[in-house]
Design a protein around this ligand. Structure first.
Ligand SMILES: Nc1ncnc2c1ncn2[C@@H]1O[C@H](COP(=O)(O)OP(=O)(O)OP(=O)(O)O)[C@@H](O)[C@H]1O
Ligand SMILES: [Mg+2]
Length: 238
């Protein structure tokens, strides 16, 4: 991803990982009437930046993350991710870019509960076609790095909420993504587990230069990020 041809922010030596220009998003809910949820979002994230996203419920935070994560397309505006201008890409190219460059952690872990912690971490590697032994070694290292070595063969469904979310973080980092999108990853956790998950994200951000967009309603955690943006009524207000 770090490439001499990648665009750079003027006046900065750091690579631009995400750039939105005038992004709008409308939804059509079963009628001819479209409701615009995001109204002309401009946002630039640099390599290694850890950015909190705050704002009231329904303001458009998850919609914004889904667009940055290439899970949904803007209605208008442009979106550049990891040096690629995404607006012109077809679905297959978007899927490939997402698989190689973007990791996701959601409020609900979305682990496969009938599979072990280790197997859950191996799934993105399987999708990327890695060899079995390499997958296993990498998954063991990731599980170790989130402090769960002793639990690697435990079924995900038999782990605590905090442990499951740590497995979800390890899974999100399986392909060492340039960009990590975390939508209220600590929203369901007690204070201690929330802190542990936040620290994991922070550590990976520092060690790998991963850019992180972190949605939270927790002002104390947001204050530990590099910067915070506020989304209010589909606009970035600060
Ligand atoms: N697929 C969809 N179809 C129609 N409307 C949608 C869709 N997704 C989101 N919306 C609407 O867009 C608005 C923003 O929703 P979004 O989920 O982005 O808010 P949010 O800021 O993440 O809220 P929360 O803090 O509760 O998670 C809401 O009014 C929601 O109803
Ligand atoms: Mg949301």
């Amino acid at each position: 991803m770090v490439d001499a041809h990648d665009p750079q922010e003027p006046g900065s030596s750091r690579v631009v990982v995400v750039q939105l220009r005038g992004v709008c998003k409308s939804f059509n809910v079963g009628t001819a009437i479209e409701t615009e949820v995001l109204h002309g979002i401009d946002l630039t994230l640099l390599q290694g930046e850890f950015c909190a996203v705050m704002g009231p419920s329904g303001s458009g935070k998850s919609t914004l993350l889904n667009i940055v994560g290439l899970l949904d397309r803007p209605t208008s505006g442009t979106l550049q991710v990891c040096g690629a201008e995404t607006t012109a890409l077809d679905d297959r190219s978007l899927t490939r870019l997402r698989g190689h460059s973007i990791g996701f952690v959601f409020q609900y872990h979305h682990l496969l509960t009938a599979f072990t912690a280790l197997e859950n971490v191996m799934i993105p590697m399987l999708a990327a076609g890695l060899a079995t032994q390499e997958m296993r070694t990498r998954a063991e290292q990731l599980i170790d790095s989130v402090g769960l070595s002793a639990w690697q063969d435990r079924l995900a469904g038999n782990m605590s909420g905090g442990q499951q979310q740590r497995v979800a973080v390890a899974r999100a980092l399986a392909m060492t993504p340039a960009l990590l999108l975390a939508d209220e990853p600590t929203g369901n956790l007690d204070t201690k587990s929330a802190d542990a998950v936040f620290e994991l994200l922070r550590r990976f951000n520092r060690e790998h230069g991963t850019t992180v967009l972190f949605v939270t309603h927790n002002g104390a955690l947001a204050s530990r990020c590099d910067k915070t943006i506020q989304v209010v009524d589909g606009r970035i207000t600060g």
